[in-house]
Structure formats: C-alpha cells, structure tokens
Write a protein that binds this ligand. Structure first.
Ligand code: SF4
Length: 228
C-alpha cells in the first residue's frame, strides 16, 4: 500500500468521528479541477511504510477512524491487506473513491473492511469524460452505487458544484443517480495547481452559498437526502 501524505488529525473528513486522513498516489481520472494534482500521476514521494504503521499504532485508541483518500485508493494492490491491519487496530474506516472500481467495492463489502464510503458523482453522464478525462465512466460509478445500495453499507455521494454546473445539470445528475442515503453538494474552490489549458475553466466564478441552497432545493425532488 503506497501512501504519500497524512493529515494527522481531522474533525471534518469522517462524519461524527476524529480521524486521520491517508492520501494514496495515482488516479485513473484526470479531473481538471483536482486539488491533489501532484498525487494523480503517481510520481509523488512515498512515506515510509514503517513511519505510517508506527503512527497508526501510536494513535490507535486516540483517533476513532482512518480515511483513505487520494488519488484513487481502489487502484492500490495492497488496499485490502492494509485495511485488514486497520481493522485489527480497531479503527473505523472510511474510503473516498471516484467510484470507478465496483469490483473492489464489492470485495471490501464482502470482507467487511469499510465502515463508510464516500463516492464522487462528478458530472452529468454525458459530460463525464469532459470533466474527468477519457478514462472516466459514469456507468461504473452508478454500478458502484447499486452495489452499495444492495448491501447494508453506510455511504454518501458527493458532487463538487463546479462553476460550469447549473441547476439543469445538477438536476440531470440527481435523476441519473438512484436515491442515496446522503447526497452532499460541495462548494467549488479553485485548485492551487492546474494544467495551463484549463486556466479559463478553472478560474470561472464559483457559485455562492445562496446558489447552492437553490440547487439543493432543485435536486431535492430527486434526492431528498441532499445536504450542502
Ligand atoms: S478522481 Fe479525485 S484524485 Fe482523481 S483526478 Fe479526480 S479529483 Fe483528482
């Protein structure tokens, strides 16, 4: 399991719990607004496994949970054994994923290795590749959500409300999704690094908090559990 970064303590990344956040390198998407661009190409420096494990052992019992984020954690070949170790240390485990790997999610559920899943739904299906790159695919995300709904897993779906998404696009997304237990609309922030060709797109004016309130009201007809 490759880990490139740690937030040692967080109150906001795991609903209701004090957690640390581990960031894995590498992603199969190339979202133009990615906030972890340095992680996406997988060339980011790795933390020593011993350092990570010593930290997790020392904090066991002090932190409630561990969030595995990235990059895309389901691409890591060592994910399942690593989560098994976290289980043995009695951590609650949350996985942040772009939803592109339903088979891994199915296996995590089968082995009972995850307490909470946060799955991104990033754009209307017709615009997925425009937002997330040519290797992205909304169908896989929807397959992942069907698997989660068919299990008794706790999960949320998250959408970052990009400047280019308005009420029409957000309602289309809300209709494409099955009704989910928690649908989170997150405000967009301009990333600190981005590709030169994305500058105009990245720097478009973000929607306001009032806009998000309006969007939440619009999508609530299809996603009654929307929060923002
Ligand atoms: S899925 Fe997440 S980590 Fe991957 S490119 Fe998109 S925003 Fe970045």
């Amino acid at each position: 399991m490759n880990i490139s970064g740690i937030v040692k303590s967080s109150l906001i990344d795991y609903p209701g719990l004090i957690c640390c956040v581990l960031f894995v390198p590498g992603c199969n998407y190339t979202c133009f607004y990615c906030h972890n661009r340095a992680l996406v190409d997988g060339s980011h420096l790795l933390l020593s496994p011993r350092y990570v494990m010593d930290f997790l052992k020392k904090r066991a019992g002090l932190l409630d949970g561990v969030v595995i984020s990235g990059g895309e954690p389901t691409l890591q070949s060592g994910l399942l054994p690593f989560l098994t170790i976290l289980r043995e240390l009695d951590y609650q485990i949350k996985l942040d994923t772009n939803g592109s790997n339903p088979n891994i999610i199915k296996e995590l559920i089968r082995q009972g290795l995850c307490n909470y899943f946060a799955v991104d739904y990033k754009a209307p299906s017709s615009r997925y590749t425009s937002v997330c790159g040519m290797d992205s695919n909304a169908e896989k995300v929807l397959e992942t959500l069907d698997i989660l709904l068919d299990s008794d897993s706790t999960f949320e779906v998250r959408t970052t409300v990009l400047p280019e998404l308005g009420a029409e696009e957000l309602m289309a997304m809300a209709k494409e999704l099955p009704v989910v237990p928690r649908y989170v609309l997150n405000r967009y922030r301009v990333p600190s690094t981005f590709l030169p060709e994305d500058e105009l797109r990245v720097r478009r004016k973000a929607h306001t908090a009032e806009d998000l309130q309006f969007f939440a009201a619009c999508v609530s007809a299809y996603q009654p559990n929307v929060v923002f």
